[in-house]
Design a protein around this ligand. Structure first.
Ligand SMILES: *Cc1c(COP(=O)(O)O)cnc(C)c1O
Length: 399
């Protein structure tokens, strides 16, 4: 494969081959796991830059398995470069830490991963003098109104975790760039199989590799996909000198999992649509939030921005009181009560009405809801599992 121009190959082929070569020393056709914390130094190391990431010095500066994964993830997003860190949150904070400074203003969307909310709403504002505005980024006019002379970055998710709300990537990029503002998108819910935000002119993309790209629920990692200069800055600041490096073993696991990522993602897309359509018909269900449903706000935009499907996560509510949610979960045989998403197995989490961020979500979420991460089991088994759990609580269902 060494002479291949990866860009000419399909996404599925690149998911298997990009970034890896047979090992020339052993002839092994799959990469080894290089669990060394440091590398042999040259004859005279005294003049070396200990914060360099391009030379193999120390695993916090970069390593063999990390490098392979970075090449693959950059390729899958069509990016110039990629930095892989210990978790999705390490990638988010690594990007923000590197790009923002005292006095900057950030617009971030009302529906984001909880760590993003905490960073911008609580942890960084007073301590580091960063101004932040929490804005419903599904409404471009609200984004426009929030822009200040010192606005540096607009950050959002689409679909957003957990309401699945859809933001118009192209429109936000246009507005931002007209005003000299950069844009970062947390693409975890969509994954590069469905959406590649760089194609819309987004400056920085963040992925939690823990989710769909690894796909097997057995390791954590995160990536920032960006231009080479930004990636070098992130390596210097957030990786080498703050320390968010990923373990070579986790990088290897994610590289291995990523080979089947497009195949799995298509099944996540198909299964989640089938489950969402079934839930939408059930008399006991109060609402279903899934971008693939024609009655979902943002559906038309999602069709445009999401190439192969609408992702594997949906949220829904039940017509009933708080503890009904807990009781229904006890009857489920296939779904596991756990956070996260992108695993092979389906997961469900009950988010109650007292959740501190409920005020940011649409009205229908306020009584509590489930966030469901649909796995790659047989979709009929998933629907049957939900049906029998509803019935066990005397809830009204239809086929
Ligand atoms: C899970 C998640 C993250 C955080 O990723 P970790 O790997 O758990 O640190 C960030 N953004 C979104 C949208 C997520 O779902």
């Amino acid at each position: 494969m060494s002479d291949m121009n990866y860009d000419e190959l399909s996404f599925t082929t690149r998911s298997i081959h990009a970034g890896t070569e047979p090992d020339p020393a052993s002839g092994a056709i799959e990469p080894s796991i290089y669990m060394a914390n440091s590398f042999l130094l040259p004859y005279d190391p005294s003049t070396m830059n200990w914060s360099a990431s391009e030379e193999k010095i120390y695993t916090r500066n970069g390593g063999v398995n990390q490098g392979m994964l970075e090449k693959k993830v950059a390729n899958l997003h069509g990016g110039e470069d990629c930095v892989v860190l210990a978790s999705g949150v390490a990638a988010l904070s690594g990007l923000f830490f590197t790009k923002l400074k005292k006095g900057d203003h950030v617009i971030f969307s009302t529906v984001t991963y909880v760590a993003t909310y905490r960073i911008f709403n609580e942890l960084w504002c007073d301590k580091w003098g960063i101004e932040t505005s929490i804005v419903d980024c599904t409404d471009i006019e609200k984004v426009r109104a929030a822009i200040r002379p010192n606005t540096k970055l607009i950050h959002f998710e689409t679909p957003g975790n957990p309401t699945c709300c859809i933001c118009d990537i192209e429109a936000i990029v246009k507005l931002a760039h007209e005003n000299n503002i950069e844009v970062s998108v947390d693409n975890t819910f969509s994954s590069p199989y469905n959406t590649r935000p760089l194609e819309y002119g987004v400056d920085y993309v963040v992925e939690s590799l823990t989710k769909y790209i690894n796909g097997h629920g057995d390791s954590m990692g995160g990536a920032i996909i960006a231009d080479h200069k930004t990636c070098e800055d992130i390596r210097y600041q957030a990786q080498v000198n703050i320390g968010g490096c990923i373990s070579p073993f986790n990088a290897w696991l994610i590289q291995r999992g990523s080979q089947t990522f497009p195949l799995r993602m298509q099944v996540h897309n198909d299964n989640a649509l089938a489950v969402a359509e079934w839930l939408d018909k059930q008399p006991c269900v109060s609402f279903v939030a899934y971008p693939g449903l024609p009655n979902f706000k943002g559906h038309e935009l999602a069709k445009k921005q999401m190439k192969h499907g609408f992702g594997g996560v949906l949220s829904f509510g039940l017509k009933g009181e708080h503890d009904l949610y807990n009781r229904v979960v006890t009857h489920l045989n296939i779904f596991t009560s756990a956070v996260s998403l992108g695993n092979t197995g389906s997961l469900i989490v009950f988010l109650g009405e007292d959740d501190e961020r409920m005020y940011l979500y649409p009205e229908e979420f306020h009584g509590g809801f489930y966030r469901v991460a649909i796995g790659i089991e047989d979709k009929n088994d998933l629907i049957n599992d939900l049906r029998q759990a509803f019935k066990a609580e005397g809830l009204e269902t239809v086929d």
